[in-house]
Ligand binder design. Structure first.
Ligand SMILES: [Zn+2]
Length: 345
């Protein structure tokens, strides 16, 4: 099969011919139609996240099952699928509680700790594949459907984790990024008042189109003060921080109102200081949100199938142009999501 191989960090993709994968017991193989090109995998390509090489990266796939190994039930040849990002065990108490990102025996991530979707075929443990709803036209929209597992499922999970209610005010830090812009979209869908916070002024139009009622640029204004201004000094109900630097986390914590919730999704993951007195007096929550559960993915796919929301994919290219596309992802030049077309339709 044709694949794009990375032989090490900071090296260009190398087009190679690899043996077609054959499924062992409990495994399945899918033909890849499209695969998303997000920042998570760019971090690995750029060496900011250590992974074993050589590696075929990519996990946000739309594909079709072409072979199943011994003992596999629930998947058959021809089934349209996407993939879960975590190689979770499926048996520990967190997996059994449907909180798979907290798995105690995780094998890592698809496309980082095993080969992924930048190839004609992908082999995974069968339970990592997620069947697409029949009502989704994956042949017409494979690029959009493949990125739902992260781009829409992650924001949906955050809404649930932060208990966002209609009419609440939600501020999104890093709103112009691939996940941030979908968070604006999902917060609007949840009938919140939505405030985008980002330093990329060229993304502000897209932020407004995605659902932002207001936009704040921390280059021009103190973000916490601006958020307090916009809420008449009361503070916002929810801050969702996709940047998670010391500065954004502290600004977010300061901008929280009574019963406010601050959610970090990693990003820089820097330490920060928050006021225990405010947490007490205003009954605030500081929360982490790690990826999504399978249930979140199925819910997000169902929302897309019903036409409630639609992922923003602005750059779709053939697999041969993976290097050029990743340069754009690295520069933050992509609005919404970028996707590689692996098979022709
Ligand atoms: Zn587990």
């Amino acid at each position: 099969m044709k694949a794009m191989l990375l032989r090490g960090a900071n090296l260009p993709f190398e087009p190679v011919e690899l043996p077609d994968p054959a499924p062992g017991p409990g495994e399945a193989v899918a033909r890849v139609i499209t695969c998303g090109s997000g920042l998570t995998i760019q971090h690995a390509k750029a060496g900011r996240r250590k992974i074993p090489f050589p590696r075929v990266i990519g996990h946000e796939i739309t594909g079709e099952i072409v072979a199943v190994g011994a003992g596999v039930t629930g998947l058959k040849i021809g089934d349209p699928v996407t993939a879960y990002f975590y190689l979770n065990c499926g048996h520990c108490r967190w997996c059994l509680s449907q909180l798979e990102p907290l798995c105690l025996q995780s094998g890592g991530n698809v496309g980082l700790d095993c080969d992924g979707g930048y190839a004609e075929y992908i082999k995974l443990p069968a339970h990592i594949f997620i069947k697409l709803p029949e009502s989704l036209d994956y042949k017409e929209h494979p690029a959009e459907i493949g990125v739902v597992t992260d781009a829409l499922a992650t924001p949906l999970k955050v809404l649930r984790r932060a208990r966002v209610a209609p009419g609440e005010t939600v501020a999104v830090f890093g709103a112009g990024g691939g996940l941030g812009i979908h968070q604006l979209m999902m917060a609007k869908w949840a009938r919140a008042r939505v405030i985008a916070v980002d330093i990329a002024a060229e993304k502000f139009d897209a932020c407004r189109k995605a659902g932002a009622d207001e936009v704040i640029n921390p280059h021009n204004a103190d973000a916490a003060a601006a958020l307090l201004d916009l809420t008449h000094g009361e503070g916002v109900d929810v801050v969702i921080d996709y940047v998670s630097s010391t500065a954004t986390l502290e600004a977010g914590a300061k901008a929280l109102g009574r019963r406010g919730r601050l959610v970090t999704l990693g990003g820089s993951g820097q330490p920060f200081t928050a006021s225990a007195r405010d947490m007490l007096n205003k009954e605030q929550d500081l929360l982490g949100s790690r990826y999504v559960t399978r249930t979140d993915i199925m819910a997000a796919l169902d929302l897309v199938a019903r036409g409630e929301v639609w992922p923003l994919v602005t750059d779709v290219r053939p697999l041969a142009e993976a290097e050029a596309l990743h340069e754009r992802v690295e520069r933050g030049a992509v609005t919404g999501r970028a996707v590689l077309r692996v098979a022709e339709w």
